[in-house]
Design a protein around this ligand. Structure first.
Ligand code: ATP
Ligand code: MG
Length: 432
């Protein structure tokens, strides 16, 4: 196949037959976000490269290896967003949203781009739902954002996800932990993978996150951050845990969770599934009290997370969760001959206005082929208009499931009468 008929490696198409699955989860996300008081933010797909360097962090895998960065004709370096937080934070600063009152609560549903090795659950273009809450240092906010993710998963009826939380401290207490970690890993230096060797100097905490079996084995006995937290971080962590208890959200403390991005402080968490293999992290996030300052703004304690839509759909499929298919076409009206066709077009437009879906022939098929099409799209009713029906100004509409026929007038009252018939039929079906 030629280059124009082949998609780029690591990207996926969502075809018309599957898009309802995406729409279903997106709708639940929007709806839950709304009930928690979050409003949507939309930011550009590309930003100045420097924003991600600063916002995501120089030492992260994302910045070091995964960004789609290019020079524009104007000789500017721009990058396709690898995640949603940096762009949202930039917008909050640029539009001085702090002046409109705190906290600022925003969510996004967006595509992200990372140059990674494509595999199941790991794409180069993928989609995230994310939450950002700016201007609060209260542990209640940490519990609130986690509760939002939890309600989304509950509404999606996902069962095999568990929440793991940790605190990675703050600039006050983390340096002591870094020192202890460095000493520990220095002693096992010869066994570490190449990536972790570079992490040893710049960010030893990231070694705890290494997916290589050797490094993760070594990490098992590494010092725990929880022994190094300052009073403030420790109190914060205790409070987050107790608020989660208050609303009945189960969690496990996992001191190995460090998250991949540099801007995190205090609480970090992941929702992990055992069901989809090594790409099991469906949602990850935490607190980033230093991010806004890092981008040139004031000190504005904030937090958030992102969940991957592709991974979520994988988990749901794995669990056999059925996503309700969209309502099929309510009525297919075939018109035989130019005048009848015009009548069919007029009638379906009235039915559509009343909120039901209706179709007629738009490709010039014969009657048999039209009926085959009506069957294929799962039309619940069908109707044929010919010269006789036109002359008598009435026609039989047929219930495709029961075969039952009902005569309806082809006048202004058609849409109303059809709607009533269709409603009665679905009522009958649901009470069977
Ligand atoms: P991982 O450790 O799996 O690489 P990450 O720490 O890089 O994940 P984040 O940057 O925290 O992931 O992104 C949040 C979520 O976005 C992830 O939990 C995952 O569900 C999803 N995600 C991240 N990268 C990809 C990708 N390349 N393809 C599909 N989903 C992704
Ligand atoms: Mg990653």
């Amino acid at each position: 196949m030629g280059v124009i008929t082949k998609k780029i490696k690591g990207t996926e198409d969502v075809l018309p037959k599957q898009s309802y699955r995406w729409q279903f989860i997106e709708e639940i996300m929007r709806d839950e976000a709304k009930s928690f008081g979050f409003k949507e933010i939309r930011t550009p797909v590309f930003e100045h490269t420097e924003l991600f360097r600063r916002g995501v962090g120089e030492t992260t895998d994302v910045v070091q290896k995964e960004m789609y960065t290019f020079e524009t004709k104007g000789k500017e370096s721009v990058t396709l967003r690898p995640e949603g937080t940096a762009g949202a934070a930039r917008a909050v600063l640029e539009h001085a949203l702090v002046n409109e009152g705190l906290p600022i609560k925003a969510y996004y549903l967006t595509s992200c781009y990372r140059y990674e090795k494509p595999q199941a659950g790991r794409l180069r273009e993928f989609h995230q739902f994310g939450i950002e809450e700016y201007g609060t240092s209260s542990p209640l906010a940490d519990a609130e954002v986690i509760a939002l993710a939890d309600s989304i998963f509950k509404r999606l009826r996902i069962e095999n996800l568990h929440l793991e939380i940790n605190s990675i401290g703050c600039p006050e207490c983390r340096p002591k932990f870094h020192k202890a970690l460095k000493e520990y890993f220095e002693g096992r230096k010869s066994e570490l993978c190449d990536t972790c060797l570079t992490r040893l100097d710049k960010n030893p905490m990231r070694i705890l996150d290494c997916k290589s079996p050797v490094c993760s084995k070594i990490a098992e006995n590494a010092p725990s951050i929880l022994d190094y937290l300052c009073d403030e971080c420790s109190d914060h962590f205790e409070a987050v845990k107790s608020y989660l208890d208050t609303v009945g959200i189960e969690f496990k403390v996992n001191p190995k969770i460090v998250r991949g991005l540099d801007y995190y402080t205090k609480t970090v968490f992941e929702f992990v599934s055992d069901a989809i293999g090594s790409q099991g992290t469906v949602c990850g996030g935490g607190r980033y009290d230093g991010l806004i300052e890092e981008l040139g703004g004031q000190h504005l304690p904030s937090l958030g997370y992102a969940m991957g839509l592709e991974r979520l759909l994988m988990v749901m499929e794995n669990q056999g969760i059925e996503i309700p298919e969209p309502e099929p076409c309510a009525v297919y009206i075939a018109g035989l001959g130019e005048n009848a066709q015009r009548k069919a077009f007029e009638l379906i437009s009235e039915v559509r206005k009343s909120g039901l879906s209706a179709e007629t022939d738009v490709v010039g098929r014969g009657l048999r082929a039209q009926m085959k099409y009506a069957d294929k799209i799962g039309a619940r009713f069908s109707m044929v208009i010919g010269d006789n029906e036109l002359a008598e100004n009435k026609a039989n509409v047929k219930n495709m499931t029961t075969g039952e026929q009902t005569e309806l007038p082809l006048d202004k009252s058609f849409a109303e009468k059809f709607t009533a018939l269709s409603l009665a039929a679905s009522f009958g079906e649901s009470s069977l």
